[in-house]
Design a binder for this molecule. Structure first.
Ligand code: GRF
Length: 203
């Protein structure tokens, strides 16, 4: 099976997946990491793992359709079974999502369907929720919507700031994302509408 990962920045989720794949021996081929920004620190993470990298800069294209088309062609050339968005900060259009339907997975830093979009940690603090977290979901047409594969909750503590809350959530992201990506790659995900079930791995 082939895995392709998309990043825009730091790449800590990318690192958690590459590390799990290496340590657990998933037996997959990590075909490439693609960034829409040339200065993404995650490109160095990919190189450190010996994974081929590409930059397809959204700024080089006249509109979203052109960017999505070029990005989609680059991904398709890598023949992915799963495309994992790891802090990829561009909204992908419907044609792109359709092209990779069922193979496109994202991690979002909130307990969806709460707090779609940006600034999730700040908004969770503003709303005074007592629990916050992260969600791994298949990408469907609607932003931050689609069948949920995994979620993890963390408590919001007295005195939390955006930074302390984000760090607590990020630890959980690094735990649940590799697990969900592996299950998708191994065909262990059953989907019924928005409801999913992950069968345990045999090992
Ligand atoms: C993570 O919080 C992820 O949930 C969100 O963007 C952030 C990316 O962090 N979509 P990293 O680049 O994986 O370190």
């Amino acid at each position: 099976k082939n895995l392709v990962l998309l990043i825009s920045g730091r790449g800590s989720n990318l690192q958690s997946i590459l590390q799990a794949e290496r340590e657990q021996g998933w037996g997959v081929c990590v075909r490439g990491v693609i960034s829409n920004r040339a200065d993404a620190a995650g490109l160095d993470v990919a190189r450190a793992f010996g994974v081929p990298t590409q930059v397809i800069a959204h700024a080089d294209f006249p509109n979203r359709e052109a960017f999505d088309g070029a990005l989609g062609d680059a991904i398709a050339a890598l023949e992915p079974d799963v495309v994992a968005l790891c802090g990829f900060m561009r909204v992908l259009g419907a044609a792109f999502v359709d092209r990779f339907a069922g193979r496109l997975v994202n991690i979002h830093p909130s307990l969806l369907p709460a707090f779609t979009g940006l600034r999730t940690h700040a908004r969770a603090l503003e709303e005074g929720v007592k629990w916050h977290g992260a969600t791994v979901h298949l990408v469907s047409g609607a932003l931050d919507h689609g069948p949920i594969l995994a979620q993890a909750a963390v408590p919001v503590l007295d005195g939390d700031t955006v930074e302390t809350l984000a760090a607590r959530v990020l630890l959980e992201e690094h735990r649940i994302y590799p697990h969900a990506v592996r299950a998708l790659l191994e065909g262990r995900v059953q989907i019924d509408g928005l409801r999913t079930r992950i069968r345990p791995s045999s090992d």
